[in-house]
Design a protein around this ligand. Structure first.
Ligand code: TEU
Length: 562
């Protein structure tokens, strides 16, 4: 047994807009989630993390919040939220909310006030700056720094009313909050306490390693082929980040029962993560790092790089080793920002989809850390067959496409090739529940097209088939709950230089587990120094056990010996 409950927990992420629509408007909602809670209870997950459900103009699908203490009417009401929370708790699960406080919506009353005049009391709640010295506001290069926004274009928007620019690392409808201002921080902590008092069990913190900025805001490194500088050194892991997280902990979490806190931190290093997740420092319980989902990304963002398995293993090994003594890992292949893992690191063709989805699940869930399952991953849902840019809805895809094919002169086909493989809308197509029209997601018109493969890939079929990805994930989750070695065992990578096999052991006391995943479409024999003959085969994803450690295409195995 471990002291902190989230160490043995599995988290399931819901993207409410795409999960289940109860009222037929084409968008998922809270009643839709309530209707499917038994699906999650049957899967056996411990925690549900909800992507943002607060009032929002939906410029970035809810990551642009205009009221932190209410529910977006399209999704429901606070009363329905309380019903959902009760339904989650009644099934023995917990509920974690998304905390998006690096930025708000430009329609949040705080920003509406802030932009109203230079001497408004909330002016300093956001990052306002005049044009670069000697340049007229609005002229080329007059932005206060050369930073580009994640979604394309400059990270600065000129506000005509006062002639000053405001900072937005994401869309111009997502102005960055100024965490230097103590009133901002107090307002955020009060809001967090309000939700915790309502009964929620923790927060997933959106881009929380961007809240502290380097002062004065510095120009970024010039990037060849890009119209903007890379400002990340000025806002990733800024000088006051640890201080802010410790203050948040003291003012929000101290004195409460243990909650789950996970900080999303693009660009975080292992050394920093040790500090963020050291329980003695009281910052966060775990972080989402990005190294393994950037493993197939090269220096040129518009070039598809094939995955090199040795590289992927080196990344995980570094994280497992780095947080072995102090701190804790989060484990994920998928979320609402990533393409579907089975299409990316597995093989989503009819012959190998089920096996490779299960293999990926095996490898991930047997690492040390808290696994996250993203809606549809438990069905082996795949990427969507996008054709033209008109098929995409994501502000990131549209913004980056405009910048790349516009001032940067890339060909549309070059950019589309990468968006089809990596675009975030791959994860956001509606959840596939059954074989009825629109996969049972809605009786109306879905906001984003349903993947045409839903007659084959859907929850109803998966629950009815004992060999489905769903039932296999159920077993993986159950194994974490019943075998302490999965939670607490130490981790040793085996065969680090093998290009097809991902192999490692876990050990706790006298119990040892051997996990091997075949990341290829050919049969491969694992040549181990150690003799594992006679070990018990706990789980494999194919009908037959391997002979002499020869794994069939995309096969995964877990052996145990005592
Ligand atoms: O994502 C942060 C982030 O870094 C993303 O930009 C991500 O790396 C990229 O989209 C991958 O293609 C968080 C949320 O998860 C994302 O949905 C939001 O759009 C973003 O913050 C702004 O809130």
């Amino acid at each position: 047994m471990t002291d902190l409950w989230w160490k043995s927990a599995v988290v399931y992420q819901i993207y409410p807009r795409s999960f289940a629509d109860a009222d037929g408007d084409g968008m998922g909602d809270l009643r839709g989630i309530i209707a499917h809670l038994d699906h999650l209870a049957e899967l056996g997950v411990d925690v549900i993390w909800l992507s943002p459900i607060y009032p929002s103009p939906q410029d970035d699908n809810g990551y642009d919040i205009s009221d932190y203490q209410d529910i977006e009417p399209v999704f429901g009401t606070l009363e329905i939220f309380d019903e959902l929370l009760a339904g989650v708790h009644a099934r023995g699960m917990k509920l974690v909310m998304d905390l998006v406080v690096n930025h708000s919506s430009d329609e949040h009353p705080w920003f509406v006030e802030s932009r109203s005049s230079k001497d408004n009391p909330k002016r300093d709640w956001y990052w306002w700056q005049p044009a670069r010295e000697g340049l007229e506001p609005g002229t080329p290069g007059a932005e206060p720094t050369n930073w580009g926004s994640v979604f394309g274009g400059s990270a600065w928007e000129l506000d005509e009313k006062t002639g000053e620019y405001y900072l937005h690392l994401f869309s111009k409808k997502q102005p960055d909050l100024n965490w230097e201002n103590p009133e901002v921080r107090e307002a955020v902590y009060a809001m967090m306490n309000w939700w915790l008092d309502r009964g929620i069990d923790g927060f997933r913190m959106d881009v929380i390693n961007m809240i502290s900025k380097v002062l004065p805001l510095p120009d970024g490194r010039v990037v060849a082929g890009s119209s903007y500088g890379d400002g990340s050194a000025g806002f990733i892991n800024g000088p006051r980040l640890h201080e802010f997280l410790q203050e948040m902990h003291a003012k929000v979490f101290a004195g409460r029962d243990a909650k789950l806190t996970v900080g999303e931190m693009p660009g975080v290093t292992v050394d920093e993560a040790i500090l963020f997740t050291d329980p003695a420092r009281h910052e966060v319980d775990m972080v989402f790092q990005f190294d393994h989902v950037w493993a197939d990304r090269g220096a040129d963002p518009w070039l598809l790089m094939p995955l090199q398995l040795t590289n992927l293993k080196a990344i995980f090994n570094r994280w497992q080793a780095g947080l072995a003594e102090v701190g804790w890992n989060s484990l994920y292949w998928n979320n609402h920002d990533q393409p579907r893992a089975v299409s990316r690191y597995g093989d989503d063709s009819p012959d190998h989809r089920v096996a490779s989805a299960k293999m990926l699940g095996t490898v991930l869930h047997l690492h040390r850390g808290t696994p996250y399952v993203y809606q549809g991953e438990e069905l082996g849902m795949t990427n969507f067959p996008f054709r033209t840019i008109d098929d995409f809805r994501d502000i990131e895809a549209l913004g980056q496409y405009a910048q790349a094919t516009g001032q940067e002169g890339r060909s549309p086909e070059e950019v589309l090739t990468v968006l089809r493989a990596r675009g975030r809308d791959n994860a956001r197509t509606p959840m596939q529940w059954d074989t009825s029209e629109h996969a049972g997601f809605t009786t109306g018109t879905p906001w984003l097209a349903v993947n045409p493969n839903y007659p084959e890939i859907n929850a109803e079929a998966a629950r009815a088939d004992p060999d489905s990805v769903f039932h296999y994930y159920r077993k993986l989750i159950e194994l974490r709950h019943t075998e302490p070695t999965v939670v607490d065992g130490d981790f040793t990578m085996v065969l680090p230089n093998h290009e097809q096999l991902y192999a490692f052991t876990r050990r706790l006391g006298d119990t040892e587990l051997l996990v091997i995943g075949n990341f290829s479409g050919s049969a491969v024999k694992a040549e181990l120094d150690d003799d594992w003959s006679g070990a018990e085969l706990l789980l494999t994803n194919l009908a037959t056990a391997p002979q002499d450690l020869t794994l069939e295409p995309w096969q995964a195995v877990i052996y145990r010996r005592v």
